[in-house]
Each structure stands twice: as structure tokens, then as C-alpha cells.
Design a protein around this ligand. Sequence first.
Ligand code: ATP
Ligand code: MG
Length: 239
Amino acid sequence: MSLLEVNHIDVHYGDFLALKDVSIHVEPGTIVSLIGANGAGKSTIMNTICGLNKPTKGDIIFDGQNIAGKKPNQIARLGLSMAPEGSHCFERMTVQDNLLMGAYLAKKDERMQRLENVYKLFPILKEKANQMSTFLSGGQRQMLAIGRGIMTQPKILLCDEISLGLAPVVINDIYEKLKEIADTGLTMLIVEQDVNRSLKSSDYAYVVLEGKIVMQGKSKELSVDEVNDAYFGINTFSH
Ligand SMILES: Nc1ncnc2c1ncn2[C@@H]1O[C@H](COP(=O)(O)OP(=O)(O)OP(=O)(O)O)[C@@H](O)[C@H]1O
Ligand SMILES: [Mg+2]
């Protein structure tokens, strides 16, 4: 059984139909990637899964329960965590307090254990533990957002636009860490605009174009050229 099943959802913003009959399956222990141009609907998909948007059609089954229409905090409590686009953090709190916020429901020993795990993964966050998070660089913020997601010890971690505005060397570093996290068995749904990187770092990929899924498959079986065509809406069957 899939850990997460998005079944034929439509999402509207007012009269605008932003998602059209979108279906996505995420198997446990895999990394699934959403690829698509600006405005394609990737964040809308992520936000709908975590309860910020309500679908007007279809359902979303997470770990056996229909979560479509539930509130974000109810969905989070079921074990779904999201590191949002632009890596929002609490600017006026220290790095460590930001991380601890992710595990506020856990007992003290357990929180400290999870904190150590995050510091092992991102040693730079340990170095900056007592600094205000507003002083972090873009890459460090992204690490903080991922770290805070892990602190909730979710069944699935959603990451929107991991590489937004980051230098290639920093992006590589973060993807290395994601691989390490995946090796612990954590399931992930990620948004990545770079086709090569997306296919290299995931097990399964979906291409989103104008609110629809236009291509999908095992990442190592998809062709970069065909995914690029689908990304730009070039009909590969017309020539
Ligand atoms: N709150 C909103 N109200 C109205 N329209 C919205 C809202 N959020 C997104 N949209 C529209 O929905 C469409 C999909 O937007 P979305 O943010 O999901 O795209 P995206 O694939 O995440 O793009 P990007 O790569 O730029 O982050 C766009 O046309 C956008 O203008
Ligand atoms: Mg987006």
C-alpha cells in the first residue's frame, strides 16, 4: 500500500482551476520528485497535501486515512511534515529553539536525542545553535527547515524547492544529506525544478504542467530530453 495517495484532485483559487485531476502515489521508503516550470502547480500540490488548500474534487489518503479537508495541524500530527518553499523559520529565535519547536510534543530526553541526530547530519547547525536564525545563510536556513522537519520524526517529509536561490555547491551538499536521510528509511516528496538533479535524486518523478500531471515514471527510466519537453509543454508525439 502507498504511504501517500493523492487521488484525482482538483484545486481552485477562486474561479481559477490550479490543479486538474492530479494523482500522485508515494511508496514507503522512496523519494518522489515533482518537476515543473514556475507556476505549474507544484507548491499547490504540496500545500494541498499538508492541508493549506482544500481540494474541490478527489481525496488524499495518508497512511490509510483520508486527510483531504483536515487542518494542517491535524495532518502534521498524523506524521506529515513540510519544509516550505523559501525555508521559513522563526527569525527571532535561536537555531536550537527553532529545531526544538519541531519536537515540542516529545518528552525532553527524546527531544534532545532528536536534536543530536539533526546536529550529526548538519554540524553547521550545531556550531550556530545559539545564534538567531535570522543570521543564517540561505543554505543554512534550508538545512534548518529540513532539520526542523526531521525533528517531528515524520512518516513523510515534504520539501518544496530545496535548491531555491542556492549556489550549486551548497545544493549538492544538501542533496547529499537528503540521501543520508533517505537511507534511514524516511519517505520524501520533494519539489525540484532542475530536471537532471530531480531525476538523479529521486526514485520516481512526476512532471507538472499547467496544473496537470503530464508525465511520470521511475526516475532512472525517464529520459531527460522527454522530461524537458514535457516540462515546457512540447508535445513529443507530434513530430
Ligand atoms: N493563493 C493563490 N491565489 C491565487 N492563485 C494562486 C495562489 N497560489 C498560487 N496561485 C496560482 O496557481 C498556479 C500554481 O502556482 P504554484 O505556486 O503552485 O506554482 P509552482 O509550480 O509552485 O511555481 P514555482 O516554481 O514558481 O514555485 C499559478 O498560476 C499561481 O499564480
Ligand atoms: Mg512553488
